[in-house]
Write a protein that binds this ligand. Sequence first.
Ligand code: HEM
Ligand SMILES: *[C@@H]1O[C@H](CO)[C@@H](O)[C@H](O)[C@H]1NC(C)=O
Ligand SMILES: *[C@@H]1O[C@H](CO)[C@@H](O)[C@H](O)[C@H]1NC(C)=O
Ligand SMILES: *[C@@H]1O[C@H](CO)[C@@H](O)[C@H](O)[C@H]1NC(C)=O
Length: 442
Amino acid sequence: MDAAGILMLLCALEVVAAGAVNPCCYWPCQNKGVCVNVGQEGYECDCSHTGYYGENCTLSYFWTSVHTFLKPRPAFSHYLLTHYKWLWNVVNKISFITDNMMRLVLTARSSLIPSPPTYNSEYHYLTWEGYANVTYFTRLLPPVPKDCPTPAGTQGFKIRPNVTELAQEFLLRRTFIPDPQGTNMMFAFFAQHFTHQFFRTDFNRGPGFTKALGHGVDLNHVYGQSLEQQYHLRLFKDGKLKFQVVNGEVYPPSVKESPIKMKYPSTVPVEKQLAVGHNLFGLVPGLLMYATLWLREHNRVCDILKEEHPTWSDEQLFQTTRLILIGETIKIVIEEYVQHLSGYHFKMKFDPELLFKEQFQYRNRIALEFGHLYHWHPLMPDSFKVQDREYKYEDFLFKPDILLDFGVDTLLESFTKQRAGRIGGGRNINGAILNVAITREM
Ligand code: HEM
Ligand SMILES: *[C@@H]1O[C@H](CO)[C@@H](O)[C@H](O)[C@H]1NC(C)=O
Ligand SMILES: *[C@@H]1O[C@H](CO)[C@@H](O)[C@H](O)[C@H]1NC(C)=O
Ligand SMILES: *[C@@H]1O[C@H](CO)[C@@H](O)[C@H](O)[C@H]1NC(C)=O
């Protein structure tokens, strides 16, 4: 027997010696019932609001059965939405139908999410902390109780396998697998740029914590996370953001003019370090390109608002423009980004008024699981093509010069032409960034 085997045996003996296993480690409660310890060795399942009852929440109420029977299977709905293009072309022209469908999509989707939020990485039971302490990501699945025999409860490995070997076996790219939906690099960098406003793990506190306390689309990655950062980025004139002009075009200011703490290696001179709302966006020219686009858009909207509202202060112009850019972002995300991801022929619509007459109360909270599934590093290619040049990872990362030399137009055109990698299915992460999958073990 090898050392790991002996260790496993010892663990098993220890469990036997210590008496019975915490019954909740067996995850006895089905259908999202909640396991509660009762007495020394017992448990009860809290089946409230699950639509089920019985010792393990396995028996369904009559209406639950009817509902389950009638509800279309997700695969069926998906099939309908991704086929019959001619039918959808007709449906998409009738706003009465599309508005009602979109309303249904929004209310049905939001009712799938526990709101108010339930668990976080510290608590597998309901707490005030889980509800109120927004420094945590929320968790849809409760963490495994701390006294269980294996990391998953009672099943699976007693000791976690070697994560490097797992990543090399299941995640490392052999040959580039292109995305089957034709996704391009322009989309990939949009995904990275957009999601990093609400996935900002606070590694100083631990992987269960976030620095993005707004838990949503607040554009902190454009405007900075703190008021102090925001002030460094603002021009304090006509609501605008600070900028610099390079080769006759507008770009983010350098950290010399906007002294916020950006993360760049020391090889990038200070005057070349661009300052934007997210301190890691110097990482990829694609992120800096989007930062530049939003900066230009902000100042463009300010000009229009000032023209229409010459009496407004700098503050009112700034704040109103921020709201407009948040709206623009959500519109692009729903009508183009999610539309593309879904593959639906049904045309999605962003219209806040769809829910104005609904009983709709919703507080967004970003979930840890959401962050995990959004690690879309397989999107990244083996090399980055810009015009007629091809960059390896080491020549592309932390190279703000690539943006300044080529300009937004050229980058945009090149990224639109280059195909991104397939996200799902495994074995498609380039070796240069495999480490991202390895370091986040939990
Ligand atoms: C060349 C491109 C990229 C590089 C070098 C890169 C690198 C990294 C690194 C170093 C981290 C932190 C790792 C850690 O958890 O310790 C990270 C996190 C992450 N990355 Fe990427 N990434 C790239 C592209 C992307 C793209 C295209 C997406 C698409 C959505 C993405 C999504 C994420 C997410 C969601 C996180 C977690 C962020 C957080 O919670 O703080 N990345 N990436
Ligand atoms: C509930 O689950 C426990 C543990 O899995 C099992 O022993 C028990 O028989 C189940 N009870 C019912 C009524 O199915
Ligand atoms: C949230 O929880 C963390 C970890 O327990 C704690 O350090 C922090 O002070 C809490 N924040 C608030 C606002 O209570
Ligand atoms: C995991 O496997 C890698 C590659 O085989 C090895 O270099 C590393 O030392 C192993 N780590 C642990 C903790 O055993």
